[in-house]
Design a binder for this molecule. Structure first.
Ligand code: ADE
Ligand code: ZN
Length: 336
């Protein structure tokens, strides 16, 4: 059997790629949160050196409400968005779709246009400084109502903001129960209005959540989707329709979906022919970097250069980048 050299960090960084599953909510540095909390006279949920210790998804989502509550000015939002683009460039990505979920940001409730403008300002400044372009996926929370979902879609359709590429849904499916039908109409309307659709499923739900994402929500892409592995017919459907999965191994380990990287199903999904990509989910809060995700899996599963190239190709194809950006990245990939 040929021995496979682990690719160097520099080589993985140079691999042309996109990120398709990351949350703006997951990009706060602990020192910044500590500083903002002090300024606002808000108590920290636990000491700074343990701030990013989470007991699972529910605890993590609760923390997001606290952290995002501190980002009450347009400058803070813009800086956060800019810092995400910097992180993206550090990971050698040429494009990203980033998720923002307005429910986590109490200071912005009822002010969606201003919120999107503030994020857009940060992303525009980043692009002007030569950092990669980023599209915005505006997200529902699984525990919201059908009325709240309709309201968000109405607002997005009326706004037609060029930065917004997709409707997303995230949050805790285990807490919400099976909610595909509740959100079906909102996703249908978003699709008809020209928005793409990306759906968190198969992380806190089993394969039935992934199936609902496809059949009820018309998902163009699934965020996580890893528990599809438990249903061979569903895996076959993902392959047949080439519906991509935005997989985040470190997040799954940190939030307790799988105990060890060796147990993670990305390799089995990839070998079955599913269009898998690697992503950071909530990079700062969960301690993930894009290059780190590639290095972790390349090492654990012995991926060759061809495997890595195919994965990066999936990340570009799965993205909601425009055709020019995709073509440029695919071209660069062929020279890697
Ligand atoms: N929001 C931010 N990160 C998330 C995750 N991993 N799952 C569901 N919702 C999220
Ligand atoms: Zn996510």
């Amino acid at each position: 059997m040929p021995t496979i050299q682990n690719p160097s960090v520099e080589r993985l960084r140079a691999l042309p790629k996109a990120e398709v599953h990351a949350h703006l909510e997951g990009c706060f540095e602990s020192t910044l949160l500590e500083q903002w909390a002090k300024q606002a006279g808000v108590a920290m949920p636990r000491p700074a050196d343990r701030l990013f210790e989470f007991e699972g998804l529910a605890d993590f989502l609760h923390f997001l409400d606290w952290a995002c509550g501190l980002a009450a000015t347009p400058q803070r939002l813009a800086e956060l968005a800019y810092s995400y683009s910097q992180r993206l460039a550090e990971g050698g990505a040429g494009y990203a779709d980033v998720i923002v979920n307005p429910t986590h940001w109490p200071a912005w409730h009822g002010r969606l246009p201003a919120m999107i403008d503030a994020i857009d300002a940060g992303l525009r400044a980043a692009e002007q400084d030569g950092l990669p372009p980023v599209g915005l996926c505006v997200s529902l929370l699984r525990t919201q109502s059908a009325d709240a979902a309709a309201e968000l879609v109405d607002a997005l359709v009326a706004l037609k903001h060029p930065r917004v590429v997709a409707l997303s849904i995230d949050g805790n499916e285990a807490a919400a129960g099976r909610t595909g039908l509740r959100f079906a109409q909102a996703f249908r309307r978003a699709g008809a209005a020209g928005l793409r659709r990306t759906v968190h499923a198969g992380e806190s739900s089993g394969p039935e959540g992934v199936r609902d994402a496809i059949e009820l929500l018309g998902a163009d892409r699934i965020d996580h989707g890893v528990r599809a592995i438990e249903d061979p017919e569903l895996v076959a459907l993902l392959v047949e329709r080439q519906i991509p999965l935005g997989i985040c191994p470190t997040s799954n380990l940190r939030l307790g979906v799988y105990p060890r990287i060796e147990d993670h199903p990305i390799e089995r999904l990839r070998r079955a022919g599913v269009a898998v990509s690697l992503n950071t989910d909530d990079p700062v809060l969960l301690g993930a970097s894009l290059v780190g995700e590639y290095a972790l899996c390349a090492r654990a599963f012995g991926w060759s250069d061809d495997d890595l190239r195919a994965l990066a190709r999936h990340s570009i194809g799965a993205s909601f980048a425009n055709a020019d950006t995709k073509a440029r990245l695919v071209q660069a990939l062929s020279a890697w």
